[in-house]
Design a protein around this ligand. Sequence first.
Ligand code: S3P
Length: 446
Amino acid sequence: MHALIPKPLAAARSGALKGRVRVPGDKSISHRALIFGALATGTTRIRGLLEAEDVINTAKAVTALGAPAGKLGDVWKVLGRGVGGFVEPQGPLDFGNSGTGTRLMMGAIAGNPIAVRMTGDASLSRRPMRRVLGPLTQMGLEIVEAGKETLPLTLRGTSDLVPIVYPLPVPSAQVKSAVLIAGLHAAGETTIVEHEATRDHTERMLRFFGADVRSEDRDGATHITVKGDAELTGRDVTVPGDPSSAAFLACAAIIVPGSDVTIEGVLVNPTRTGLYTTLREMGGDITFLNERDEGGEPVADVRVRASRLKGVHVPAARAPSMIDEYPVLAAIAAFADGETRMDGLAELKVKESDRLAATAAGLAANGVAARIDGDMLTVQGAGEMPGGGIVETHLDHRIAMAFLTAGLASVAPVTVDDTTMIATSFPEFRSLMENLGAGFVEAKGK
Ligand code: S3P
């Protein structure tokens, strides 16, 4: 549907961005709150759930599996089925654009003796599912179309899942989470061995719901073990603001001269704050105010003031903590003085689009020298972005928002060919930016 009626938009050089703003709830935590609510017994109440297409698709999926999720007043409620209590859905589950929803739900479905057809849009249907299906089939999940590794797929779960010890071959929180969620259903202990830390919301929230989850550092790796035959209890969850959405506002405030923006209630879990660390190293004026704990996650108000940036080297080890923020970092690296080198970006190639290629192409289209060498992206900062180009977004919300952000300070406007996918993660992007003073104009595509 989305691809049929593309909605281009241009961002033009704007006056200083000013104000206080709240971004919608974190996408990762929102998916997990719905899924764990469905796996719990009793009712889970969720405040601040991200109401974007990706998360709504997960809400529809758990509802179709017998755990109705809906909104009453300001609060989302999920009526849990208990671990292993899903019913076979009447029709296919459509996950739209969401890799997280799909992969986490594969883990949740694996431990139920039901057949489930899973579908998605053109972008999701190209994304690799083997990384999750590999360990889940070892545990006992069956792929009805044996050998197939992309959506659409029909999966058949079992009530006899076998626990495994699984060293993560890629630094992916989605793979880790899918296996841990399946492990809740297995008879015995399931262990993930993680060499590079990835976001730990699953571990934190599963504990909060009453699961037995242990993390131990041993031999240079973290061993995360979940006890099977688990019983989760419905909880009240408050979802903090999404740091990946806040990233666009923060980056806009950095590059638009005279800006001073405070983003309230942002998740600052250290497994998610690599962008903020990097911006500080580049000379960005960023302060975490009023740091506090909300529902087991660290939260702060993030104040960002316009800053002169210098190019830096972003080490590969930091990639998992800012994996979704590279497109916007690369786009604003054009405004830095000197070269910014970003290492270890292999995972960027398998996101909603090949973000490495899409980012480099978007920069080139707007007069910025950028180079890909293997898994490394280098952006030549010249203190400004010439702009004037049209960015191809390839059904990728973050490519669209990254370049609209850069366009707010570029010499000529930056146009993106389609903004419809922004609704998958951050429907309020445009209005929140405009409230701060950002200037967008409807545009014509190619
Ligand atoms: C997510 C993990 C990351 C991230 C995605 C959300 C999650 O993906 O890119 O937006 O909620 O677990 P990978 O686990 O594939 O790196």
